[in-house]
Design a protein around this ligand. Structure first.
Ligand SMILES: Cc1cc2nc3c(=O)[nH]c(=O)nc-3n(C[C@H](O)[C@H](O)[C@H](O)COP(=O)(O)O)c2cc1C
Length: 191
């Protein structure tokens, strides 16, 4: 395959989307969208959240060191779009209807409609030039009761139906390709 070189830019980072829930100083809930999210392991699972510039969400996390990460499924895409395109510092995000509750283990607001929610406690803050990375322990995961019989070691992502963000468009999943360690079924191997 002949390849070409392109300039590194923030536009090539296809990612699942998460609505991030935090609590304002006055106790009100605030939600935004963060797609610069990665997972890591240190004795237990962690989330690495990268927030650039100045944002209400960042202010809240720097103060309280907690947040919720609510997986965005296709039925929530425009709610997430609204949260990601409005600023908490310009007032309550209450132009469209949505419901939220509070975390079981961490004091953070949680989107009722989200099928998969992480309650997180920040364990390390990495301050970069214009961004902060929050390495955060996952203290609890709330999932839709309908998934209680799902094999949680082999999550059926099609049922979670996540939105994939590839700046600046939203996509849904196509089809399942197969399972891990099945590679030898997909080649003609001679002994
Ligand atoms: C689809 C989408 C993805 C986003 N991903 C990120 C991200 O990964 N990191 C970030 O700092 N901001 C991201 N944003 C921007 C914030 O969500 C946006 O600045 C929001 O207004 C912040 O809200 P707040 O001021 O209430 O915290 C994203 C926005 C959208 C719409």
């Amino acid at each position: 395959m002949e390849k070409i070189n392109i300039t590194p830019d923030k536009v090539f980072c296809p990612q699942p989307m998460y609505i991030i829930g935090t609590k304002n100083e006055d106790g009100q809930a605030n939600f935004s969208v963060i797609t610069w999210i990665g997972f890591s392991w240190n004795d237990s699972p962690h989330i690495m959240l990268c927030i650039g510039g100045t944002k209400k969400t960042k202010e809240n996390i720097l103060r309280d060191k907690v947040f919720s990460a609510n997986l965005v499924s296709t039925d929530m895409v425009w709610l997430a779009d609204y949260f990601g395109c409005t600023k908490g510092n310009e007032g309550q995000k209450d132009k469209i209807p949505y419901e939220f509750t509070w975390g079981e283990k961490v004091d953070v607001p949680i989107i009722e409609q989200s099928k998969w929610v992480f309650e997180c406690q920040v364990s390390k803050v990495v301050e970069l030039t214009d961004s902060h990375i929050f390495v955060s322990k996952i203290e609890n995961i709330q999932i839709d009761k309908r998934f209680e019989n799902m094999d949680l070691q082999m999550i059926d992502l099609m049922q979670l139906d996540p939105v994939i963000y590839a700046p600046y468009h939203y996509f849904s999943l196509g089809e399942k390709l197969g399972s891990c360690n099945e590679w030898n079924q997909h080649f003609n191997l001679s002994e």
